[in-house]
Design a protein around this ligand. Structure first.
Ligand SMILES: [Zn+2]
Ligand SMILES: [Zn+2]
Length: 250
């Protein structure tokens, strides 16, 4: 037995094959997605941004919210470089191809790509690229605050079910559950003054879904120790307490 060079699970040794069957599948799916979905979508963001810049108009109402990312061009460059590098490994002349041709060359050389001695590293690099692309392509209102980067203290955002997160500032990579756990601890130091609906909205930014009715109910029953203010229906809430109650309620 040997270990898959990507997921480290033991696997039957297959000649010149460093990735297990499921990693090969996933790797291939990422390659397909890169050229089929991500690069075209990033290119269209670039075009839209160029257009908005040129006219000075905000995007019209009803159009999808602008994704967070202003580095679409950097993401495209990284994605294209990855494709060119892989294509160049198939045949050195392919390295000069534009991304679409490089991608098609890769697709028609599945075995060469998957059996490449560098496949494990190439897959890891692509995973990283793909995750950043994915984050940039997710509309901002679907992103939540996962927590704070332990290295540079910048805010880390991502999709609610993200397993890992890359800091857009210092590029370090973290396991999302640990980042979220640290965030939930820090929520005890965060207070918000407002109505139950304000508190519910604030929690939603952290991916914690709660209805304002439930918060009102907890207030009435004395389960929640929010401090009333002199304004009607306004309280000072502790977000940590709300998050903890929500956790018990689930
Ligand atoms: Zn594997
Ligand atoms: Zn950072």
């Amino acid at each position: 037995m040997t270990n898959c060079q990507h997921c480290q699970k033991p696997m039957k040794p297959i000649a010149a094959n460093l990735l297990c069957a499921s990693c090969r599948e996933n790797y291939w799916a990422l390659i397909r997605q890169l050229g089929h979905v991500q690069l075209p979508a990033l290119s269209s963001i670039m075009l839209k941004q160029a257009h908005i810049g040129a006219t000075g108009h905000a995007p019209s109402r009803g159009s999808a919210p602008m994704p967070i990312d202003t580095h679409a061009q950097a993401l495209i460059t990284d994605s294209e470089a990855w494709l060119a590098e892989q294509a160049g490994k198939i045949r050195s002349a392919y390295a000069g191809y534009g991304w679409r041709k490089a991608w098609l060359a890769i697709l028609s050389n599945r075995h060469t790509i998957l059996d490449m001695p560098t496949a494990a590293d190439d897959y890891a690099a692509l995973e990283h690229i793909s995750r950043r692309n994915e984050a940039a392509l997710t509309p901002e209102d679907e992103l939540i605050i996962l927590g704070t980067c332990p290295t540079c203290r910048h805010q880390l955002t991502g999709t609610p079910d993200a397993e890992s997160v890359t800091c857009q500032h210092c590029r370090s990579e973290w396991a999302a559950p640990a980042i979220k756990a640290a965030r939930d601890q820090r929520l005890w130091q965060v207070q918000i003054t407002g109505t139950p609906s304000d508190a519910a909205k604030e929690l939603k930014r952290y991916g914690l879904t709660i209805s304002r009715n439930l918060i009102s109910q907890w207030l009435r029953r004395g389960k929640l120790h929010a401090t009333p203010t002199k304004h009607k229906r306004q309280y000072t809430f502790n977000l940590g307490e709300l998050a903890a109650l929500l956790d018990c309620h689930r």
